[in-house]
Design a protein around this ligand. Structure first.
Ligand SMILES: *Cc1c(COP(=O)(O)O)cnc(C)c1O
Length: 363
């Protein structure tokens, strides 16, 4: 039986009637922009994270740009970002006028570390974009202790937390989320949010998402048209009460992979110290990752290498390319491969994936 890499529709099937009712409700209310569902979702998302403020925005990429702008990042500033991440983590920086400065990662956790950030800090560093890649939880406390504001890119880590129960997006100065359909909390299109405990930052984010205006008649700074829309907010409100259960299922699937002996064949993803990841992608390491990918595809098992070419080597990043060797990045880029993950995956499917990996006989 084929096992898909992910299947965002499967966990939503039991909520079908509720989702349709929520969409109908918006059509009936005929209020599509910054209406009651956006306000309610912002309150519910903030409460879930134990922070006073959540602000809905159009997507997870603009969430990062707006978070940086709210922090005062602009021309002449540097923003540190890992190179092993989805391209958008870095792409969001140049629109602020600042320079992206690429740092390395730990190839075991796929995460940026305090040492990696420290190695590239300069007096011009105005912020660090810390990515909770694949749902793992980066060491925000250690990085914040370096004395620079932390923007948490939690796009892949909605519902991930520390072992002492703090959710990603509530660990740093400001957190950014994506609700792209394949994320841990996905809507029916594009959507995003920004979380913070800082009242002034939240107010600036609210202004920036609406053209740099607080009252919608006077414009204080050049901003963005970047709002979460009412339909997406209504859909997200139906799903939000299920987020923790879905994330626990992602954790369970991760433990099944371990129990089923996947670690005998490949390098398993390693939770960072103090992390309780809700895996968005289950990413293993292998010296012959592409050969394994081919073998799994032949066996009907979904697999994918997301970041073979790290961000600092992408053509668009040429102006900011680093000469410093990023050895952890190079290793992860060459060896990573995502295996099936999601809240609807069964133990039988996990066993099937592990059997197919064993059958590939690449060890
Ligand atoms: C998905 C993602 C983003 C961008 O989110 P969009 O909503 O697609 O704009 C940013 N960073 C990371 C790490 C992502 O995975």
């Amino acid at each position: 039986m084929a096992v898909p890499l992910f299947d965002p529709a499967a966990p939503l099937a039991p909520l079908d009637a509720e989702l349709r009712a929520a969409v109908s409700g918006v059509l009936d209310a005929k209020q599509y922009i910054l209406g009651p569902n956006v306000t309610a979702f912002e309150e519910e998302f903030a409460a879930l994270h134990g922070v006073p403020h959540a602000v809905g925005v159009a997507n997870g990429t603009e969430a990062i740009t707006i978070a940086l702008r709210a922090l005062g990042v602009g021309p002449g500033d540097e923003v540190v970002v890992p190179s092993f991440t989805f391209y958008a983590s870095a792409e969001a920086i140049p629109p602020t006028g600042a320079t992206p400065v690429f740092c390395d990662i730990d190839p075991e956790t796929y995460l940026v570390t305090a040492d990696a950030v420290k190695a590239v800090l300069t007096p011009k560093t105005k912020a660090v974009v810390v990515v909770h890649l694949f749902g793992n939880v980066a060491p925000v406390d250690e990085i914040a202790a370096l004395g620079v504001p932390v923007v948490e890119d939690a796009a892949q880590a909605t519902g991930s937390k520390t072992t002492d129960g703090r959710l990603t997006g509530a660990l740093g100065t400001i957190g950014t989320f994506s609700f792209y359909p394949s994320k841990n909390l996905g809507c029916f299109g594009d959507g995003g949010a920004i979380t913070t405990s800082d009242d002034a930052l939240a107010e600036r984010v609210r202004s920036l998402r609406f053209h740099g205006s607080r009252d919608k008649v006077t414009y204080e700074e050049v901003g963005y048209n970047s709002r979460l829309d009412e339909l997406q907010a209504a859909v997200l409100r139906v799903q939000l009460p299920h987020l923790h259960a879905w994330c626990d299922r992602r954790r369970q699937v991760g433990s099944w992979y371990v129990e089923a002996g996947l670690g005998e064949h490949v390098d398993l993803p390693v939770p960072a110290v103090g992390a309780d990841p809700a895996w968005n992608l289950y990413v293993i390491g292998h010296d012959r990752a592409d050969a394994l990918h081919t073998a799994l595809t032949d066996a009907g098992i979904g697999a994918r290498s997301y970041y073979r070419q790290p961000v600092h080597e992408q053509v668009a990043m040429t102006p900011w390319r680093t000469d410093a060797p990023l050895s952890g990045t190079a290793r992860a880029a060459a060896r990573h491969l995502a295996l099936p993950m999601g809240p609807a995956l069964t133990r039988a499917q996990v066993d099937e994936v592990v059997a197919a990996v064993a059958d590939a006989r690449l060890d």
